[in-house]
Design a protein around this ligand. Structure first.
Ligand SMILES: [Zn+2]
Length: 88
């Protein structure tokens, strides 16, 4: 797809930022949001991810905007319902 793209090492300042970001998420639980079209894992978000993110699915190529907080609420609701049906 991207045959003509030249890959270069990021600047030292950018590399420091990348390392810092990696350290910041080390203690956080990653959460996978699935592509709504093909159900494959689309993006990984972390505990401090808030608001909207746009991701392009690696499998089907569709771009989707996710509201991360809304996805989290849906997940909780599903967990709640599965617990509820187990009791019944
Ligand atoms: Zn997809």
């Amino acid at each position: 797809m991207s045959r003509n793209i030249r890959v270069a090492e990021p600047s030292p300042e950018l590399q420091r930022k990348i390392i810092r970001a990696r350290q910041a998420i080390a203690e956080q639980e990653p959460r996978v949001i699935k592509c709504p079209y093909c159900r494959h894992n689309s993006i990984v978000v972390f505990g401090d991810t808030k608001g909207h993110v746009q991701a392009k699915c690696k499998i089907c190529g569709r771009e989707t905007v996710f509201n991360v907080l809304e996805m989290r609420r849906m997940r909780r609701l599903q967990t709640y319902y599965s617990v509820f049906t187990e009791i019944e």
